[in-house]
Ligand binder design. Structure first.
Ligand code: 5GP
Length: 185
């Protein structure tokens, strides 16, 4: 794919504006602040897509919080996942004395987070919850819900705010629908 075009050529319409995203980030952070006051909390961001949301979210949380990252890659083509997840980077701290929140960019089929939930559950954290910036519930293949649910969006392939197409477009403030003309170009 040509990765040197004007950035606007990759983009369709804005689906969620930066203002709406920041409002939701503040809401989720306020809820987390209230729920975990006086508790030992670690946020685990899922790379790469989750890094922008994680950075915004932690700065709105008003209690002490540890943070770490894992990296996963899911097999499949660039706009479809097939549910097989490969762990590329793990965390190196034990979780048995901590409350854990997994921070993800988007929940689509729910297969990635189902895998991650099982993996982290086996490490016996005090509690384990999910916080996601965006959610496409209409695409779910498994029964999975985020306790801290972000903005619900329709079944469209989106980019920006951490979400990529073939490695690019993560650096946009707003969430866009990908311009279909660029797919496999
Ligand atoms: P799931 O396992 O829930 O189907 O997929 C989760 C992962 O697929 C997300 O973390 C994200 O990396 C990717 N994904 C799902 N939907 C989209 C989308 O609309 N745009 C982009 N860029 N990635 C997506």
């Amino acid at each position: 794919m040509d990765k040197t075009m004007d950035i606007n050529e990759y983009l369709g319409e804005v689906l969620v504006s930066r203002e709406e995203i920041q409002k939701k980030v503040k809401e989720l952070a306020a809820q987390i602040t209230e729920d975990y006051r006086g508790k030992k909390l670690i946020l685990i961001g899922v790379l790469k897509g989750g890094f922008v949301f994680m950075a915004d979210l932690v700065r709105e949380i008003k209690i002490p919080v540890e943070m770490d990252f894992i990296a996963v890659s899911s097999y499949g083509s660039s706009t479809k996942t097939c549910g097989v997840v490969r762990l590329l980077k793990d965390i190196d701290v034990p979780l048995n004395d901590k409350h854990v929140i997994i921070v993800e960019d988007i929940i689509d089929t729910g297969l990635t987070l189902t895998y991650l939930k099982e993996m982290f559950s086996s490490r016996n954290p005090l509690s384990l919850k999910i916080c996601s910036a965006f959610d496409k519930p209409s695409r779910r293949l498994v029964d999975l819900k985020a306790e801290y649910q972000g903005i619900v969006i329709p079944d469209k392939y989106v980019v920006g705010y951490g979400l990529d197409y073939d490695g690019i477009l993560r650096n946009l403030h707003d969430l866009y629908i990908l311009n279909e003309k660029v797919i496999d170009k």
